[in-house]
Design a protein around this ligand. Structure first.
Ligand code: UDH
Ligand code: NGS
Length: 372
């Protein structure tokens, strides 16, 4: 038999626990703690099978495609709106993802990262151009999401990684000029998407096809609270037809380091007699894989001065003056990798001594000095 005393003890213990929980919840951090618990719950849910929490699994439905035989001998055009489009996509970055897994999930993607719908003739040919250096961990996630995303849109597409050779200061816009010319050598693409490696689209109604005017697709990024940071912003992901690209003489080649080149491109759009279009904020949503400024991509102190001169410089610097040397072109299972030498401010073939990005820091003796 349980005595009244021990019953009372249990009752007090129970009330005590309740009091502690209530005190915890009612304090300022209530919201944070609840979110924390929800997150733990979601993590364990998604661990086994990539379940969607807000939005659907980007691979849902796609297995239907790999089994679909062509509908008839003569392929008809795909419908105006793809039946595989579903809207919001759940995006998370699970650890341990490998390129081999991405490959297995995309059996219809062929050499060079190319795809065309198996059951109909696509209405669109889109090349995705990704400037790149030292971001393999981001690339893996982008490939995981972008392949099924584009397949859901029934596009004929190809993925191009434009990899800057060497350690000299990064030049995003020049790499995109290289991407444009090299992708057009491969195929008569009717639309080119210039795409940062760390931005994952979160809604497949954001179709990767071109508009009548240059399109800025990344209108709503999580890092800006899913709002456009400023009216003329043209960074992250943008889409141009070859004609748009040539009308604005492509992109500038002389922005070395971080910042300003996307604003210059935005100004070129209007100098080329066009205007910027955008999807709605509901649809043009992107999640950015968080990171810090890269080594070799310091903030460019000349960018404001350069921007003030775009009106004078755009016809003299751009597609017509892009000088580079292809180091290699590899048709890999999930993408075409183009490694390119783009030189320095001083030109393509500058003696290494004249092309040092920054003098060594005298406060940090180098390894050789330490050894001797
Ligand atoms: N990129 C690389 N490697 C680099 C640098 C840039 O691949 O070393 C590519 C990549 O595709 C990236 C894009 O260039 O997505 C744009 O570069 P970024 O991601 O560094 O620029 P973003 O503005 O982020 O997206 C910068 C974060 C810190 C800004 C601090 C200045 N206020
Ligand atoms: C502007 C930069 C752009 C940049 C944007 C967003 O100030 O290149 O911020 O930057 N323009 C200049 O510096 C002239 S972000 O918040 O993504 O780091 O894209």
């Amino acid at each position: 038999m349980v005595s009244i005393q021990s019953k009372l003890r249990y009752l007090f213990m129970f009330l005590g626990v309740q009091l502690v929980v209530m005190a915890l919840l009612s304090r300022e951090g209530y919201q944070k703690r609840v979110t924390y618990f929800i997150r733990i719950f979601r993590k364990s849910e998604g661990a086994g099978h990539n379940l969607s929490v807000s939005g659907s699994d980007v691979y849902a439905n796609l297995s239907v495609l790999s089994r679909a035989p062509p509908s008839s001998e003569v392929m008809t055009y795909c419908p105006q709106t793809s039946p595989y489009i579903r809207g919001p996509i759940h995006v998370s970055f699970p650890s341990g993802l490998t390129l081999a897994q991405v490959q297995r999930k995309n059996p219809l993607v062929v050499r060079g990262g190319r795809y065309r719908p198996p059951d109909c003739e696509s209405r669109h040919r889109t090349a995705i151009i990704i400037p790149h250096r030292n971001r393999e961990h981001h690339l893996k996630f982008l490939l995981y999401y972008i392949h099924p995303f584009l397949q859901r849109q029934q596009l004929n597409y190809g993925i191009y990684i434009i990899h800057q050779a060497g350690n000299y200061t990064f030049n995003r816009a020049k790499l995109m000029n290289v991407g444009f010319r090299e992708a057009m050598r491969d195929e008569d693409w009717d639309c080119l998407f210039f795409h940062d490696v760390d931005l994952i689209p979160e809604d497949d109604r954001n179709t990767y096809v071109c508009d009548a005017n240059p399109k800025h697709a990344a209108i709503a990024m999580d890092k800006f609270g899913y709002k456009l940071p400023y009216n003329l912003y043209f960074g992250g992901v943008s889409a141009l037809t070859p004609l748009h690209y040539l009308k604005m003489n492509g992109f500038p080649n002389n922005y070395w380091g971080w910042g300003g080149e996307d604003d210059d491109i935005g100004v070129r759009v209007s100098l080329g007699g066009m205007h910027i279009t955008r999807p709605s904020v509901k649809v043009g949503r992107y999640k950015m894989i968080k990171h810090k400024l890269d080594k070799g991509n310091d903030i460019n102190p000349k960018r404001f001065n350069m921007l003030s001169k775009t009106r004078q410089s755009w016809k003299l610097d751009g597609m017509n003056t892009a000088e580079y040397e292809i180091v290699s072109r590899k048709y890999l299972p999930l993408y075409t990798n183009i490694t390119v030498e783009i030189g320095t401010e001083a030109g393509l073939h500058t003696p290494p001594a004249a092309a040092q990005p920054a003098p060594p820091d005298p406060a940090k003796p180098d390894q050789k000095q330490l050894k001797s």
